[in-house]
Write a protein that binds this ligand. Structure first.
Ligand code: MN3
Length: 204
């Protein structure tokens, strides 16, 4: 069973005006599809073809050296984008509730301070990459950023939520104004799915 792009759980225009329709079409149907196609090519006729993409990333050093870079980039791209579509929704935004809200407050002081740290890590990521809220193995939250399509899973972190700061994620609408995109993105955040991921990653 080859890796596949999951269907978008809402229409291409559902995240307007914060993320434009054409960006969603290209991002999901072309960029994500390219990571999946390249991943399938890299792992063709290996045991990795039937593994879970997140498990591959957790054990990236088990991947043979001749395909490791291709797998790191494209399994990362597949995992990161699969998370990304699911943690957004139309009429999203607002603030988290419950255990996740308490943990954010305890870790960062307030929800606004968390948002500022997350946006700052995204704005300062040089070139292409992601900004993340992650859990470590002791259940502690932090904000990190990664380059390219590197997944937090490769470093023992569980990605609770992440925003894509590659230019392909925002350039058609926001051009060079990445901080403006980062600020607008909070209006489409799906806190129910992020709370589910927080539990899945061992948050309490
Ligand atoms: Mn992307």
């Amino acid at each position: 069973m080859a890796f596949e792009v999951p269907p978008l759980p809402y229409d291409y225009n559902a995240l307007e005006p914060y993320i434009d329709t054409q960006t969603m079409q290209l991002h999901h149907d072309k960029h994500h599809a390219a990571y999946v196609n390249n991943l399938n090519t890299a792992v063709n006729n290996t045991d990795f073809a039937s593994k879970n993409v997140d498990d591959i990333l957790r054990h990236i050093n088990d991947v043979p050296q001749n395909i490791r870079t291709a797998v790191q980039n494209n399994a990362g791209g597949h995992s990161n984008h699969s998370m990304f579509w699911a943690i957004m929704k139309p009429n999203g935004g607002g603030e988290p509730t419950g255990a996740l809200a308490s943990a954010i407050q305890q870790t960062f002081g307030s929800f606004d301070q968390f948002k500022a740290a997350f946006n700052d890590a995204g704005a300062k990521r040089f070139g292409s990459g992601w900004t993340w809220l992650v859990l470590d193995q002791s259940g502690k939250l932090s904000v990190i950023s990664t380059a390219n399509q590197d997944s937090p899973l490769m470093n023992g972190y569980f990605p609770v939520m992440g925003n894509d700061v590659w230019e392909h994620a925002y350039y058609l609408k926001y051009q060079n104004r990445r901080p403006e995109y980062l600020a607008a993105w909070w209006n489409v955040v799906n806190w129910d799915e992020i709370a589910r991921r927080y539990q899945q990653g061992g948050g309490h």
